[in-house]
Design a protein around this ligand. Structure first.
Ligand code: FMN
Length: 233
């Protein structure tokens, strides 16, 4: 039985992305979910090899995949939100960029415009910002060429095996072409390609402050972890 009509927006954050997709999959089982992807969201999902998992959940009325890259300037699709056609709008993960725009009332992308229209249509909006607490956080990287392990082979088997042409031997992986399939990792005999490496990044105060300002906007709840979204269903 279908319980709720949900809009799920994904922005271009690697942090909390895998966790968000996991919860999206759970929610999509019993609810009609329209997936909204920012331009960066579309790219970053591909880099982390998660794009097909998300697009595979879509198809049908109110279950569409809506790409900012397919839209023009006025985002007519978000009229559904201003008309209150959804029970919930979720933004998870929400980048510092999208959060900054929302708290300043800017609505010039598919996602920021959807949040603004949801406010006008009294559609409750749940946001999981990636920058919520001060200090350092551990986050996960997409595929990366580890130069200190690269043996500078005459023929780079990993590069030749990449159907996307994403590997520039001895230099880097062009993430704009990478689809995160991870096959290259198995081809390199020197183990010079890492996938899912954990790194520590520092949270900027400006981003944290913006995330905390989100709760001041009517109709918006801020959540720390995508798992908390489940309590709304
Ligand atoms: C691999 C990768 C991971 C990223 N992860 C984050 C992140 O965790 N948080 C963030 O705020 N921006 C992250 N970014 C940068 C955003 O994608 C970038 O600021 C983009 O303009 C955000 O656009 P959007 O808010 O419209 O999705 C990442 C970029 C790349 C290439």
């Amino acid at each position: 039985m279908i319980h709720m009509r949900v809009g799920w927006a994904i922005t271009g954050a690697g942090h909390l992305l895998d966790e968000s997709v996991e919860i999206l999959e759970k929610i999509a089982k019993n609810n009609k979910v329209t997936v909204f992807l920012s331009n960066a969201g579309e790219e970053v999902l591909k880099m982390y090899g998660l794009y097909e998992r998300v697009t595979g959940l879509t198809g049908g009325y109110y279950n569409e995949l809506v790409l900012d890259s397919d839209q023009r300037f006025s985002y007519p699709i978000s009229g559904r939100l201003s008309l209150g056609k959804y029970d919930l709008l979720i933004v998870s993960p929400a980048t510092s960029n999208t959060v900054a725009k929302i708290v300043h009332g800017i609505s010039d992308t598919l996602i920021t415009n959807s949040v603004a229209q949801a406010g006008k249509g009294n559609v409750k909006t749940l946001i999981v910002p990636v920058d919520l607490e001060s200090g350092d956080v551990k986050t996960i990287l997409p595929s990366k060429l580890e130069l200190e392990r690269c043996a500078d082979c005459d023929v780079c088997i990993a590069s030749n095996s990449c159907e996307q042409g994403a590997i520039i031997p001895k230099i880097e992986i062009n993430l704009s072409k990478c689809i995160g399939c991870g096959k290259c990792k198995d081809y390199c005999p020197y183990n010079a390609i890492s996938e899912g490496k954990i790194v520590t990044i520092h949270m900027r105060e400006v981003d944290i402050k913006n995330s905390h300002k989100l709760v001041l906007i009517e109709g918006i709840d801020v959540l720390k972890d995508p798992k908390e979204l489940l309590s709304y269903f």
